[in-house]
Write a protein that binds this ligand. Sequence first.
Ligand code: GDP
Ligand code: IMO
Ligand code: MG
Length: 424
Amino acid sequence: MNCVVVGAQWGDEGKGKLIDFLSKDADITVRYQGGNNAGHTIVVGDEKYVFHLIPSAILHRNKVCVIGNGVVVDPQALIAEFDELAAKGIHVTPRQLKISGLCHVVMPYHRVLDSLREAKRQNKIGTTGRGIGPCYADKVTRCGIRIIDLLNPRVFKAKLEDNLNEKNETYTKVFGYRDYKFDEIYNEYQRYAKRLAPYVTNTAVYLNQEIDKGKSVLFEGAQGTFLDIDFGTYPYVTSSNSIVGGVCTGTGVSPTKIDKAVAAVKAYTTRVGEGPFPTEFKKRMLEKIQSKGKEFGATTGRPRRCGWFDAVLVRYSTMINGISELAIMKLDVLDGLEKIKICVGYTYRGKTFDEFPMDSEVISKAKPVYIEMDGWSEPTAGIQKYGQLPANARKYIEKLEKLLKVRIRYVSTGSKRDHTIIRF
Ligand code: GDP
Ligand code: IMO
Ligand code: MG
């Protein structure tokens, strides 16, 4: 059984917790897009781990993790992640982690361009500043450097020389930024190449061979459907295909080998960075949910914007991703609210929309149409059996199921592994 986990909203839905939970039953877990803009949190006992590039299944020591070719790798960040894990007694071995040689590499000039561009823009995207957009842009304009290129000094030298010629000219002329020195970058990245070389694998071949042997693979999405470069709230998106479709190009595994897709969905909505957000809370509710849900970015620490559950958004997501099961995360954060709203449509200039609109003006100015449900006063935190949830919490879950027309298989009631309800 090969399964994809994606985020159905704007990221931070709790994918890390869900992957950690589901990867118990998978042999291999694979990241297929994004980079260290992602922050996936896993809580085991009293220990909290945040993964940026390493797949969230790495804590299961007898499983294999793969960084697929669709991921952009910042070697400095990856090595820092290795070192942080090592400090907690977890040594990531080449047997346990395989990295595609075809991954594009985040270079210092990508990180710098990310902030230079943001500083110049009037409509800022609010990126994570990790150089993700510029790295994917170089991949598409065919001047990217891949991990396999780092391992061949002649190829790396030629590519870096060409790139620095171009970057130095534009960075100094357009942004007044200093020149990059070839030797500094070349030597730094040769050191990274040495450290990463044992992990570099032809992961497309590896994955297909393992699948043919009957091994099961879990594909770990980063970001969320509305940050997808094609289907998200463009241009307030990330630079990769975070939807299920990204799995095939990001790993070399064909759609004929993917059996199902599960979406992680927060019981409400959050978003980090700029861009439209129709159900966004006003100050009082924002403060309440932000503090209860500890809604601060796992990568940048920025406060997350929060709002009511948007069924229009998630229904679109379940369609685009072909979702067969949903996991509703962070239900416990809604404990103690008198009333809970769900957005079931938008209105703009007298028109009603029950599908997610394409026009960015409509999305940013639309008024949500809400239904209202009674909340529950009893705590749900830590509950593991569906029947033990307060009746109104079950009504909320079942209402979402009706609106989304997809079964909700998992309900998460806390950040710990066992704070999870499996309904069927
Ligand atoms: P990801 O990017 O989708 O993996 O999500 P993040 O890790 O960025 O953000 C989710 C946050 O919610 C993390 O701090 C998790 O520990 C936490 N979390 C996950 N599930 C639950 C839950 O059911 N209840 C509560 N209260 N916290 C949760
Ligand atoms: P996980 O995997 C939430 C957002 C940024 C910004 C936009 C573009 O933890 O869910 P980028 O640096 O990618 O060019 O920024 O995307 N963003 C995320 N928001 N969770 C993430 O990842 C995100 N990765 C990027 O805040 O709005
Ligand atoms: Mg996150």
